[in-house]
Design a binder for this molecule. Structure first.
Ligand SMILES: [Mg+2]
Length: 240
């Protein structure tokens, strides 16, 4: 069993964009097509900074001027999820989506440990997350639980959902100190802190190293190639 900060690790939750993979514009363009179709507007999408936000929050920000409230958007989320998945599915081959350095090797290694659960905490809606993962070479089934950007406007709600789902799956409580949350933005560090999990910031996304340092994550990595050596330890066996 791996340990981290003195606790056995039971659940590792990964952000997607900028952490596991680089979407290379696929997210923005599929969002544009879906917003136009469902809400008739894309707002100031071109200047929008997606990092760390949930897609529901992004839609609420972009559509405020055209009179859509966060609640309205929430009610139409099931429709939006269908529409954006359709658009992303059609266009995804046009974008050179790629895994971040070390991400595929890390996840492939971690899924061989049956005492460990992997999951997702992502701003992506639940229908686009698996499409992006597959395009970058990840099998979405490797991630046993997830919490998505279609489920709250507040990213800090997502780790609680993911943890609850992991506990249901395992059939026993999981201590927050046994959970690691990996992400590329200050918002990922904040959501780890909200639930009491270990935070691992990885500098492969769209946030500056300084902005990540300022949030004082438990670990700050250049990329996921050093996750094993810097974050996890395997304590020596004691006894006979
Ligand atoms: Mg991210």
């Amino acid at each position: 069993m791996y340990h981290c900060n003195g606790h056995p690790v039971q659940l590792i939750l990964f952000d997607i964009d900028g952490t596991l993979l680089w979407p290379k514009g696929a997210g923005r363009e599929s969002t544009r097509a879906a917003m136009r179709e469902v809400f008739g507007s894309e707002g100031s999408l071109n200047d929008h900074h997606f990092g760390g936000k949930t897609d529901w929050f992004t839609l609420a920000e972009l559509l405020r001027e055209s009179g859509h409230t966060a609640d309205d958007i929430g009610r139409r989320m099931p429709e939006y999820e269908q529409v954006i998945a359709h658009h992303l599915g059609n266009m995804i081959g046009d974008f050179p989506i790629a895994p971040c350095p070390g991400a595929l090797d890390l996840v492939r290694e971690l899924i061989t440990r049956n005492w460990l659960l992997l999951g997702l905490i992502t701003g992506n809606v639940s229908t686009t997350a698996p499409l992006k993962l597959r395009a970058a070479g990840f099998d979405p089934a490797w991630f046993a639980v997830g919490a998505y950007g279609s489920e709250s406007t507040n990213r800090n709600d997502l780790p609680f959902l993911a943890l609850e789902r992991a506990e249901q799956l395992r059939g026993h409580p999981i201590a927050a100190q046994s959970v690691i949350i990996v992400g590329d933005t200050p918002a990922d560090v904040a959501c780890a802190r909200a639930v009491g999990a270990v935070s691992v910031a990885v500098n492969t996304g769209f946030s500056s190293r300084e902005s990540l340092e300022a949030t004082q994550p438990d670990y700050l990595l250049d990329d996921l190639t050093t996750f094993f050596s810097q974050v996890l330890s395997q304590p020596a066996r004691t006894g006979r």
